[in-house]
Design a protein around this ligand. Structure first.
Ligand SMILES: [Zn+2]
Length: 188
C-alpha cells in the first residue's frame, strides 16, 4: 500500500486525498475511436457474438495485441468449460502467456468488448498489460441480468494504484448493443 489508504477497524477504508494529482493513479480516458482501436474493438465484439452463437459462453470477447500483431482473439468460455472464471479476458491472458512463454505481458494491449469485471481487472494488472481499451460499460451487462458486482472493475483501479496501465473507453454504441442482441440466447 502506498499510504494513501488507511484501514480503520479492519473494515472501513478512508481515503486521504493528495493535494497534488498522483501520477501513479490510473484514470479512465473517454475517447472517440481511432481506426486501429475501432478495428480491434470490433473484433472483440464479434468474438462476443461468436461465443454466444456457438454456446461457449456469454457475450464478452477479448483480443490481445502484441507489438501491433493480434496474438489472441477469444471469448467467454464459462459455459463450455463449466468454469465461472473463464471470462474472455482471463482466457485471453492465459493463452497469450502460453504463446509468449511469459508471465508478463508488458508489451501487450487488451481490447475487451465490455469493461472488465474486478477479477479480470486484477488479472490485467497482474499480467502487466500496458493498455486496456474497452467498449461497453459494465452497467450495460448488469442491465440484462449480470451480477452487479461486475460493474466495479475499473472504478476500483485506484486501489491498485498502478501507473503503467492506460485505460481507454471507446465512445461507440455497438459494444453495448451486443447485450440487447444476445439477450435470451445464453444462460446466466
Ligand atoms: Zn471478468
Amino acid at each position: 500500500m502506498s499510504g494513501k489508504y488507511t484501514i480503520i477497524d479492519g473494515q472501513n477504508v478512508s481515503e486521504s486525498v493528495p493535494s497534488v494529482p498522483d501520477p501513479g493513479l490510473t484514470t479512465v480516458e473517454f475517447t472517440a475511436a481511432n481506426d486501429r482501436d475501432l478495428r480491434l474493438l470490433t473484433q472483440a465484439v464479434e468474438e462476443a457474438y461468436k461465443g454466444v452463437e456457438c454456446g461457449d459462453g456469454r457475450p464478452f470477447g477479448a483480443v490481445i495485441v502484441h507489438k501491433n500483431r493480434i496474438l489472441v482473439s477469444c471469448h467467454n468460455m464459462v459455459l463450455k468449460y463449466k468454469d465461472p472464471t473463464a471470462h474472455a479476458e482471463i482466457v485471453a491472458i492465459r493463452e497469450a502467456c502460453k504463446k509468449l512463454k511469459e508471465i508478463k505481458l508488458s508489451e501487450c494491449e487488451i481490447y475487451a468488448s465490455c469493461e472488465p469485471c474486478p477479477m479480470c481487472f486484477g488479472a490485467i494488472h497482474l499480467s502487466r498489460i500496458k493498455r486496456l481499451v474497452y467498449g461497453a460499460k459494465a452497467e450495460a451487462a448488469v442491465a440484462i441480468g449480470f451480477n452487479s458486482c461486475i460493474a466495479n472493475g475499473s472504478k476500483g483501479t485506484k486501489l491498485y494504484n498502478k501507473s503503467n496501465l492506460e485505460i481507454i473507453k471507446l465512445d461507440v454504441s455497438f459494444a453495448e448493443q451486443v447485450f440487447h442482441n444476445t439477450k435470451g440466447k445464453f444462460s446466466l
